[in-house]
Ligand binder design. Structure first.
Ligand code: UT7
Length: 332
């Protein structure tokens, strides 16, 4: 019997119009374009300036783009998973809000919190529902309004993040394409080095937590950097070895876009030159769960049916993972 796989059959995205440049950031905190380019590799990022625009709105625009591109109606969708760490509100799930706003009324939906590994974890989850034969059309949204939790007086974190909404459609296939395998890992001790201190049940919001700026991203950059470099390179190599993939077999590496130096280290370990690595960190910064699908959307026209693609991510938690997939379609 032919193996049933889940394949990405379309990618949608939405980017807010406002471009926050390094030069503008240099007027807000003590930094320079040169430092940010050398140490991180980000030139600019998109920021939602509309106070009424939440993560669900970024997600809705991405889902509408996806439905249009794939000629799918909202009523055909069986399930929607939203990977985000910037939900519209702590509850209910942003996935439910997106589904309602788009008119996806015959489905169930839920949020998944794995920070920068959110897309990889949500994709791995969605795959189960397709491979089991239970569902035919599952949407994975990865969306973040990172500007809502970024402290623009902290030079160590504010250059890093951007806002974006992305969405992919997963459908079953019996062809030799689609998601072949994934490896996902977590280490809860990592929470000490990258988190948001207040606003949860451990430290509910008070005037004091607001005064202490504890409702923003807190990151110990160097600790996270070291863990990201080794974990991303290790898990990318692990999935290559497991599937006997040599570097020449890989058409594209799609790494999480947190820091150009982390991307370079991962590509080096995999024996790949930058011509086979999707990179758009310079334009959009770190959009957390959205970076990998944003790369797929950006490079969609270059992808060819049957291409071996490795996704690899690392994020707060700590969480990290890799996905091996064979691209399922030619664009145009
Ligand atoms: O996506 C989730 C996972 N997140 C990541 O993967 C991020 C991982 N971490 C990083 O990418 C890097 O650690 C950062 C980009 C956050 C920081 O770069 P770094 O090279 O590790 O810098 P550092 O934290 O070691 O700081 C070195 C110096 C410090 O000054 P002193 O103490 O040596 O005087 C910082 O205060 O650089 C200073 N610094 C800056 N200087 C100018 C930190 N941020 C800036 C800045 N502009 N924006």
């Amino acid at each position: 019997m032919a193996t049933l796989r889940a394949a990405i059959t379309g990618v949608g995205a939405y980017l807010p119009e406002y471009i926050l440049t390094n030069d503008e950031i240099s007027t807000m905190v003590d930094t320079t374009d040169e430092w940010i380019m050398q140490r991180i590799g980000i030139k600019e990022r998109r920021i939602s300036k509309n106070p009424l625009e939440a993560t669900s709105d970024l997600g809705v625009k991405a889902v509408k783009d996806l439905l249009k591109k794939t000629k799918t109606t909202p009523g055909e969708i069986d399930m929607l998973i939203c990977a985000t760490i910037t939900p519209d509100m702590p509850f209910p799930a942003t996935a439910n809000i997106i589904a309602q706003k788009v008119g996806i009324n015959n489905a169930w939906s839920f949020d998944l919190n794995a920070a920068c590994s959110g897309f990889v974890f949500a994709l791995s989850t969605a795959v189960q529902f397709i491979e089991s034969g239970r569902y035919n059309k599952v949407i994975v949204v990865a969306g973040e309004k990172m500007s809502a939790i970024t402290n623009y007086t902290d030079r160590t974190t504010c250059p890093l993040f951007g806002d974006a909404g992305t969405a992919v459609l997963l459908e079953p296939t019996i062809e030799d394409v689609g998601v072949v395998d994934y490896i996902n890992r977590v280490n809860g001790l990592g929470r000490h080095h990258l988190h948001m201190k207040a606003g949860g049940s451990l430290l509910p919001a008070t005037h004091e937590t607001v005064d202490r700026m504890e409702h923003f991203v807190y990151q110990e950059g160097q600790v996270v950097f070291k863990a990201a470099v080794s974990s991303m390179a290790d898990i990318a190599e692990e999935i290559m070895l497991k599937h006997n993939l040599k570097s020449e077999d890989i058409a594209w590496l799609v790494p999480h876009q947190a820091n150009m130096r982390i991307i370079d280290a991962t590509a080096r370990r995999m024996g790949l030159g930058t011509e086979r690595v999707m990179i758009n960190i310079q334009k959009y910064g770190n959009t957390t769960s959205a970076t990998i699908p944003l790369c797929l959307w950006d490079y969609e026209k270059k992808l060819k049916k049957g291409d071996n693609v490795i996704l690899v991510a690392f994020g707060a938690g700590f969480t990290w993972g890799s996905v091996y997939l064979k691209w399922a379609y030619d664009s145009n």
